[in-house]
Design a protein around this ligand. Structure first.
Ligand code: AMP
Length: 334
């Protein structure tokens, strides 16, 4: 979308280098692998959600995209499993994970996938671009040592000076560090790895409190991905937002999955209070205009699904018939 700031990168880089910009139609966006192969695309730049879609369509297979020589991802956390499969699917391509927010003129750092295996469930966001600096700070704005998680701040030439006509919001996000440097508060959690690459640990506000326990939703999502052979997973505080949450629910982006087996598997790795009370299969997660997973929209889908499921009168039906009825009812609004 032209309204997605990252599109500017594609436009100008393409024209600056005398390349051809191949704007994907809506229909082509639904089948990204055909789009790549039919047009002989050489450079790919997308949000990871689109790569997930390729995977769901079972097109992320070794050697699938021989024409690609550059594959860039940005805008959301890039799951390691998706990135690793993309490397195999595009054997002639470099694959990179870029990171950055609009407020720091978009991409600020990158991680180049190589031979080394990635220990985390999501790919590191790597090292800063030349004009930029990544800082992992404590709540009092002091730098944290390697390995310790804190909030990610960005400093350097790309950082904007503030929001237009919004001094309040500007003051909250654009800060001056103790050494006088201006910096942007990203709202992302991160930590420096031993190798100098920054690890992305989720949004600060994806940390919720349930029954007094502080929970990192990203950790639940990682466990779900690992227990479901890499399905796209989202965990949400339930019901309706972190303030009044009493439990966690989760969604897997798939038509169907063995939920009982997945729940059993994650129960062995997560403490009881982190195991979702309900796990839904949602064939396609709602996405925002930039193609990123729309967590709020997904929450609304789950509220509706749980309402329908709880209202379905299955009394007097066999177990199989009850399951069938619920499946039909819960797939209807999607
Ligand atoms: P926006 O400014 O709307 O493009 O969103 C910026 C936000 O997207 C960042 O603050 C991160 O939360 C997220 N983001 C962007 N790139 C990455 C990435 N490579 N890994 C994880 N999150 C990312």
């Amino acid at each position: 979308e032209l309204t997605f700031d990252l599109s500017v990168h594609d436009l100008f880089l393409c024209w600056e280098n005398g390349a051809t910009l191949v704007v994907a139609s809506e229909k082509e966006l639904r089948m990204p692998s055909s789009y790549i192969n039919e047009h002989g695309i050489t450079c790919w730049f997308s949000v990871p959600s689109l790569a997930y879609q390729v995977r769901l369509q079972e097109d992320l297979v070794p050697g699938a995209f021989p024409t690609l020589r550059s594959s860039l991802f940005c805008g959301e956390a890039l799951p390691t499993i998706v990135a690793t499969e993309w490397v195999r699917a595009a054997p002639n391509s470099i694959v990179e994970n870029w990171y950055g927010p609009t407020e720091a003129t978009i991409a600020c750092s990158r991680y180049i996938l190589g031979e080394e295996s990635i220990a985390d469930d999501t790919v590191p966001i790597g090292k800063a671009f030349d004009a930029m600096e990544l800082l992992v700070l404590d709540t009092d704005l002091t730098p944290l040592p390697t390995g310790e998680a804190g909030e990610l701040f960005l400093a350097g030439a790309q950082v904007a000076t503030g929001y237009l006509n919004d001094p309040e919001k500007t003051a909250a996000s654009f800060v001056t560090l103790p050494d006088g440097k201006p910096a942007y508060r990203t709202g992302d959690r991160a930590a420096f790895g031993e190798d100098g690459n920054v690890r992305f640990l989720g949004r600060v506000d994806n940390q919720v409190k349930v029954r007094g326990f502080r929970i990192e939703l990203g950790e639940i999502e990682a466990a779900l991905r690992s227990a479901s052979s890499g399905l796209n997973a989202v965990a949400l505080a339930w019901p309706g937002g972190a303030e009044i949450a009493t439990s966690i629910v989760a969604a897997l982006e798939t038509e169907d999955a063995d939920i009982a087996a997945i729940q059993a598997a994650i129960s062995t790795t997560l403490p009881d209070y982190m195991v979702p009370s309900m796990i839904f299969c949602v064939p396609e997660f709602p996405k925002n205009a930039s193609g990123k997973v729309d967590r709020r929209g997904l929450g609304e889908v789950l509220v509706e699904r749980s309402r329908i499921e709880s209202e379905a009168d299955t009394s007097g039906l066999s177990k199989e018939a009850a399951f069938l009825l619920k499946s039909i009812l819960t797939h209807a609004p999607l």
